[in-house]
Design a protein around this ligand. Structure first.
Ligand code: SAT
Ligand code: MN
Length: 587
């Protein structure tokens, strides 16, 4: 097989000349192709068959022990002008970057098969979808891309029609971290990734395309590519609000998107559209709408069980690829937080000894088709997307950030998103639990200068129909008390907070004006049936003026790092918060 598209054919030929594969395979996305790839990987040891009685069609992949997460320090945005990449990105001159990485690609696929994967991010017939082609020497990448994107013949047909697509070149190379680079050339709509076979480093449709390159394209074309889950909240009266929510990696996006309503909220229904990425557009009526560009989930496994999230738990009992989980004696996947079973082999395949670290890697993952989600929204495939009522920003904050607050308006909401901070997690290599600024949860994913990105957000809001703009909220499920215990139960109980949010969207309840935004009145947040004393709720819904003055100073310093490109409107918004804090202090 090949293609009628001359530029694609030429690129594939060029790559083959550089990387020297033994053969070239054009992926059509069929079941037969998938089965053959899995068979081959079982033979080569790339995949291990899990217990087919308990977990039909489930497989385990163990990645190289040095290759278990995204590598932000090896991820580059290569723009002609360094300022365009901004202080939020590592930068390399594009000519230098191509030279360096092409050197690593030279002969990299010798003796291997080169797979050409045409894919579409978003419903195949959506005007908001965008296509790409990933070339890779990893069959694991192919079977994952088949779950995560609309991959194969239909995508190729669209690519041939449009003649515009993102080019992604990937090779696992020799997996040596010293020869590992994830490089983005947004001006050329090109990605080159070498030396890693893991998740976001290798499945180029995901973070590399749908966030870094797409955020760049989105600014040029007037839309937003965001690190946001997408969900519908249906009230017992049958009204559905769609919400997009940005949280950093491994902060519970998948769980929130698949939330199971608590017993205290009968009649509520949740519909999942996406768990990681949203592409947002203002439509002709000035309404913000969103699609999920992905078609599957690459979710964190540890902690998933019947109690925390039975939807997610049920979904991964079949047709799932597990990466870096542990194994029981009868070959069932095992991870920390699972209620039963005993691990005998850890994520590296070594005999498991308790007390010697976790059995499953903390960033172990499942890959599964979104269609397996029991609460998959029928609108997830709608080409026009869904109208957005509310945007949520949230991080992991032990202190300072209250359970929930509402921004005063769009511009203030942009400040709330820009000032977001969160403790780091196992999703990226590096120290864990350190608070860092993570604007809109896009620190690792914005493909251009954050200062320009904030301007773009502000501009998008001013160009939309103000009465139709979604409200913006900040939430924090992760507040801890003095003894380090979580103060809010999280998981399904988060719906109590989401209900307040939809009440606000419908203008049903008033809110309390504070210097940082609008907070719920205690009586409007239902905590019936929760084992929570009133003082805990008090703390969750109050603001510490001293801590917030420090927060404002920290955000101000953070904005300073971005110099003169920072939009003055954002600084004005921050000054507004500072002034209101002073006024409250004086009163
Ligand atoms: O490895 S991924 O980037 O796909 C997962 C994540 O960090 O969110
Ligand atoms: Mn993510």
């Amino acid at each position: 097989m090949t293609t009628s598209n001359a530029s694609l054919k030429r690129w594939v030929d060029d790559v083959a000349r550089l990387t020297q594969p033994a053969s070239i395979h054009w992926c059509n996305g069929s079941d037969a192709e998938n089965t053959a790839l899995i068979e081959a990987m079982l033979k080569s040891g790339d995949l291990i068959k899990l217990n087919q009685d308990t977990h039909p069609n489930c497989y385990l992949h163990r990645s190289h022990p040095s290759d278990v997460a995204r590598v932000e320090h090896l991820t580059f945005v290569c723009t002609r002008n360094k300022e365009d990449a901004g202080p939020n990105n590592h930068w390399m001159d594009p000519t230098e970057a191509h030279r360096k990485i092409d050197g690593l690609f030279a002969g990299a696929m010798r003796g291997r098969t080169m797979y050409v994967i045409p894919y579409c991010m978003g419903p195949i017939d959506s005007p908001f979808a965008r296509c790409g082609v990933e070339i890779t020497d990893s069959p694991y990448v192919v079977v994952n891309m088949r779950l995560m994107t609309r991959m194969g013949d239909a995508a190729l047909t669209r690519i041939e029609r449009e003649d515009k697509y993102v080019k992604g070149l990937h090779s696992i190379g020799d997996l040596d971290p010293d020869r590992r680079f994830i490089m983005h050339f947004p001006e050329e709509l090109t990605i080159k990734s070498v030396g890693s076979g893991y998740g976001g480093n290798a499945l180029l449709g995901k973070k590399c395309h749908a966030l870094r390159i797409a955020s760049w394209q989105a600014r040029e074309e007037g839309w937003l590519a965001e690190h946001m889950l997408l969900m519908g909240l249906q009230s017992p009266e049958g009204r559905t609000h769609y919400v997009a929510a940005a949280f950093p990696s491994a902060c519970g996006k998948t769980n929130l998107a698949m939330l199971v309503p608590p017993a205290s909220m009968p009649g509520w229904k949740i519909w999942t559209l996406g768990d990681d990425i949203s592409w947002l557009h203002v439509d002709e009526q000035g309404q913000l709408r969103a699609i999920n560009p992905e078609s599957g989930y690459f979710g964190v496994v540890p902690g998933t069980n019947r109690k925390t999230n039975c939807n997610a738990y049920d979904m991964i009992q079949r047709d799932t690829i597990f990466t870096n989980v542990a194994l029981t004696a009868d070959n069932q996947p095992w991870w920390e937080g699972l209620e039963n079973g005993t691990p005998v082999l850890d994520w590296q395949g070594k005999p498991y000894t308790p007390g010697n670290g976790p059995a499953a890697h903390p960033n172990s993952r499942f890959t599964v088709s979104a269609k397996q989600n029991p609460i998959y929204s029928t609108l997830a495939d709608a080409p026009e997307g869904v109208p957005i009522s509310a945007i949520l920003f949230g991080g992991r904050r032990r202190e300072v950030a209250p359970l929930v607050y509402e921004a005063r308006d769009w511009a203030h909401g942009v400040l709330v998103g820009a000032g977001m901070a969160s403790e780091t997690t196992a999703a990226a290599v590096g120290q864990m639990g350190v608070v860092r600024r993570d604007s809109m949860a896009m620190k690792p994913f914005a493909g251009y200068n954050f200062a320009d990105y904030w301007s773009h957000w502000l501009k998008l809001g001013s160009g939309a129909n103000a009465s139709k703009l979604p409200k913006i909220f900040h939430v924090n499920w992760f507040r801890q008390d003095r003894n380090g215990r979580f103060m809010w139960p999280g998981f399904g109980e988060n719906l109590r907070v989401l209900r307040w949010i939809t009440d606000r969207c419908e203008g049903k309840v008033p809110a309390i004006e504070t210097p940082i935004g609008l907070l719920p009145r205690k009586q409007d947040l239902d905590i019936s049936g929760l084992d929570m004393d009133p003082s805990t709720l008090e703390t969750l819904l109050s603001i510490d003026a001293g801590a917030w003055r420090q927060e404002v100073d920290a955000i101000s310093k953070y904005l300073d790092e971005y110099g003169s490109r920072v939009p003055s409107q954002l600084r004005e918004e921050l000054k507004g918060v500072a002034k209101r804090l002073e006024a409250a202090n004086a009163a």
